[in-house]
Write a protein that binds this ligand. Structure first.
Ligand SMILES: [Zn+2]
Length: 267
């Protein structure tokens, strides 16, 4: 990535930025997301080196989960479907979660796959994570944490300092607005696929019922409460027209049977 120093542009942008909320999106190239994502991906791949399922050894499992990702990317609602290289890796751990790094690097825990009841529910969570990357929420986060001036000066600096700072900021929680937008787009994406978009909130529905387990409590301590989110997503689905789609329950049982045996938990 080539960063150009241009003090005139910098001050011109300062004026633009001070007058519009997320106007930075028009000026900070998606290359920044891609570079940040690559750098973070290297770190996460090292952290989870012993837990990331090998793609060759788990071909059928990866094909099934990647198909969900591909269907969402082809929904026509993902702005950066072609700009990012959307990788997906499966981490063998009982954690009930998934995450996506800037530039489209998705990680899904086997615990989450095992916990859900159908493919549409998993598509809902993957859609939510894709939305975080597609709406560039990490950059939004950085702009808010550091202030726009500092962020822009980094982008127009030599690049290396941006990557370093990005590493520290990637661990930050997304704002409630970011989470709400990711929820909304998860429904939008699924609505334009074969999946039942009313199931996009299925994860939250299950969490609400099961809030006594330790893994669920951990999730709830770092994310906004599911109840309200579940309802908002359902209302959004109704607003879109309430069209029903497929849940692929049987196929999902097959997907779960492909998980490593140590993933199983007594929920
Ligand atoms: Zn989220």
């Amino acid at each position: 990535m080539k960063f150009t120093k241009n003090i005139v542009i910098f001050f011109a942008l300062m004026v633009v930025f001070s007058s519009c909320g997320d106007g930075w999106k028009n000026y900070i190239s998606t290359e920044v997301d891609v570079e940040m994502g690559k750098s973070a991906q290297n770190q996460y791949d090292a952290i989870y080196a012993n837990q990331i399922l090998d793609e060759k050894e788990n071909k059928e499992l990866y094909n099934s989960i990647n198909l969900i990702k591909e269907r969402i990317l082809k929904s026509g609602n993902v702005t950066h479907a072609d700009d990012f290289k959307w990788d997906l890796k499966i981490i063998n751990d009982t954690v009930l979660n998934a995450f996506c790094l800037p530039g489209g690097k998705i990680y899904v825990y086997t615990g989450l796959i095992n916990y859900l009841d159908n493919e549409a529910q998993l598509a809902g969570v993957i859609g939510h994570e894709i939305a975080h990357a597609d709406k560039r929420h990490s950059i939004d986060n950085m702009a808010k944490e550091m202030g726009l001036a500092a962020l822009i000066s980094l982008v127009f600096g030599d690049g290396s300092s941006l990557i370093n700072i990005a590493q520290n900021l990637l661990g930050l929680k997304f704002s409630r607005d970011n989470e709400a937008q990711a929820d909304e787009y998860s429904v939008n994406y699924l609505y334009n696929t074969v999946y039942d978009a009313s199931e996009a909130n299925g994860f939250f529905e299950k969490l609400e019922k099961d809030n006594q387990t330790q893994e669920v409590s951990e999730f709830l301590s770092t994310h906004p409460a599911p109840e309200n989110r579940k309802q908002v997503m359902l209302e959004h689905w109704l607003k879109l027209g309430g069209k029903k789609g497929k849940k692929f329950e049987e196929n999902y049982s097959r997907i779960k049977s492909l998980l490593p045996k140590n993933t199983e938990k007594s929920w």
